[in-house]
Design a binder for this molecule. Structure first.
Ligand code: NOJ
Length: 560
């Protein structure tokens, strides 16, 4: 296997709107990011992924782009960007940009033209269909609630939008669209960026006849019906040939609806498509069987283990995994699979970090994860901003699935806004994020949970993440080792081994607040501890303490 730089990388994701404001308008910006690059470097990661910073009317906070080659005014200027890129490179940090090309904003000049008339030269840049029996062309639903089809009065036709009405889907079957996208990508690569995170790239190729799908609780077929369409791999291979293969990049496809079999094409080690994919199966392990994400959580540790382990084993040597617990679309992991009470927050955050960072694949750390940042205690819908959470809440509320009060309690656990509250830098007003009024409220726990406090304390989550990242840089067994799950049925413990050449690791993580008896496998008795989240590990451990994580190492040749 040819080794690639991004196999050894750890990526830090920035959600620019919430990272650091430099001018007091309450919105994070590029100059703010530049000022914090040394902090990111200190954590030890080598790559930064920026959520979109392009010009956008912000219907979906920048995932609705109106000009791919301009910077959103709220975030600064192209000069600010160039300065940030140069500073990042000086510090040895690579910059990966978000690429959002399944759709544009309806304010993009292509769509402004496209909707003007049926014979406009840009008409075919988007997906237009005649009404079917006087209504929508199919029962496809938008990810944000409601139909995925919007009637446009000007021409009496519907356009497809798998996300908001202000995010019309591009027509990738039109070669002119592919030319434009590839040219734009090349323009950014010529500027010296180091890769792309590709937004819902698994949705770009649609079945041209848009067959109806099975309706979900909201009344429509899931937007994921569009996943892995007929020309998906052909278009990505074309992108690879025409653009990606000319550079040495990290590319990661956000692949809603991706199966393991599909991932073997998207992320094949032969390099014909992308470096890796974000799969969603493990994020869906706690979904409600009927209502999906926007409902009560169903935590099932054996199921979570089964999914993550299947991806580890099946992709080994064939394709490359990405590893994540958090991003700007997910509630905070410590509030989800850990425990965000004062008693367990730090221990469980470190346990979850260990569990993920010891696996095979490229780990992603979402801003604030390295501090053990938690969900926000939302009390009203007015405090929230996210179009997806509010849209899905309304749809299910209107169909009688929950009252407003129940809905708010559900969003406290499930909303994407939990990830998007401002980064907690210190204990000064607004957590040092802004001198003004932040666009989303700062979590009231910032006086206790903040970067300044964590950096000053040796046993903090920050320093623990620093160690996890440094270990990956130092040890091939963490990067390339083969994975094996032990104790698959255990309800509390997640136990696995990694093996590479003469090295073997045993990773033990307790996902509960109860002590659990455990017998160390014979071959690990007397072996040394590589890392753990309790100060001491008793020799020949027999009990795994609440939220404990411990990694043992040994030499298989028996030398250790
Ligand atoms: C996935 C992005 O991560 C999410 O934030 C966005 O709303 C949708 N794609 C639409 O672009």
């Amino acid at each position: 296997m040819e080794k690639k730089w991004w196999q050894k990388s750890v990526v830090y994701q920035i959600y620019p709107r919430s990272f650091q404001d430099s001018n007091g308008d309450g919105i994070g910006d590029i100059a703010g990011i530049t000022s914090r690059l040394p902090y990111i470097r200190e954590l030890g990661v080598d790559t930064v992924w920026l959520s979109p910073i392009y010009q956008s009317p912000n219907d979906d906070n920048g995932y609705d782009i109106s000009d791919y080659q301009a910077i959103m005014a709220d975030f600064g200027t192209m000069e600010d960007f160039d300065e940030m890129l140069a500073k990042a490179h000086e510090l040895g940090l690579k910059i990966v940009m978000d690429l959002v090309v399944n759709h544009t904003s309806d304010e993009h000049r292509w769509f402004v033209e496209s909707r003007k008339s049926k014979d406009n030269p840009y008409r075919d840049y988007y997906i237009w269909r005649e009404p079917k029996n006087g209504a929508e062309p199919s029962n496809w639903g938008s990810c944000f609630g409601g139909s995925a089809w919007q009637l446009d009065e000007a021409t009496g036709m519907y356009f497809l939008h798998l996300f908001s009405k202000k995010q019309p889907d591009l027509n990738w079957d039109n070669p002119a669209v592919r030319d434009e996208v590839f040219e734009m990508m090349d323009w950014w690569l010529q500027k010296g960026i180091d890769g792309f995170r590709m937004d819902v790239i698994s949705l770009i190729s649609k079945e041209p006849d848009f067959p109806d799908g099975e309706a979900e609780a909201g009344g429509y077929a899931s937007f994921q019906i569009a996943a892995n369409g007929p020309h998906e791999h052909e278009y990505l291979q074309e992108m690879n040939r025409r653009v990606l293969s000319k550079y040495d990049l990290l590319t990661v496809g956000e692949c809603a609806g991706v199966t393991l079999e599909e991932a073997k094409s998207y992320a094949n080690l032969d390099g014909s498509e992308l470096s890796m994919v974000f799969q969603f199966e493990h994020m869906e392990a706690d979904f409600d069987p009927e209502l999906g994400r926007y409902a009560a959580q169903h935590k099932d540790i054996p199921k979570l283990k089964e999914i993550l382990s299947r991806w580890e084993v099946e992709l080994d040597g064939i394709a490359w995994n990405s590893l994540y617990w958090n991003n700007h679309d997910q509630p905070r992991i410590v509030s989800r699979y850990g425990d965000d009470s004062d008693e367990w927050r730090e221990l469980s955050a470190k346990m979850l970090g260990t569990c993920l960072h010891m696996m095979q694949g490229t780990p992603y750390v979402f801003q604030g994860e390295e501090l053990g940042m938690t969900n926000f205690p939302w009390t009203s819908l007015e405090q929230m901003n996210d179009i997806e959470s509010l849209g899905n809440y309304r749809q299910l509320h209107d169909r009688g699935y929950y009252t407003e009060e129940e809905g708010i309690a559900m969003l406290r656990k499930r909303s994407r806004d939990n990830a998007r509250t401002p980064m907690q830098w210190d204990d000064s007003p607004q957590a040092g994020f802004t001198a003004g009024t932040p666009w989303l409220p700062v979590n009231p726990n910032y006086t206790r949970v903040n970067a300044k406090e964590q950096m000053a304390r040796e046993d903090s989550v920050f320093h623990y993440y620093q160690k996890l990242i440094a270990l990956r840089k130092a040890m091939d067994v963490i990067v390339y080792g083969h994975y094996r799950l032990l104790e698959p049925e255990h309800e509390a413990l997640f136990v696995y081994t990694r093996t590479w050449e003469e090295d073997e690791l045993l990773v033990i993580c307790n996902f509960t607040d109860k002590a659990v008896p455990y017998t160390l496998p014979e071959e690990f008795r007397g072996s040394s501890v590589l890392i753990g989240n309790y100060p001491q590990v008793p020799e020949n451990l027999q009990t795994v303490r609440p939220y404990e994580a411990v990694v043992f190492q040994r030499k298989t040749s028996g030398l250790c």
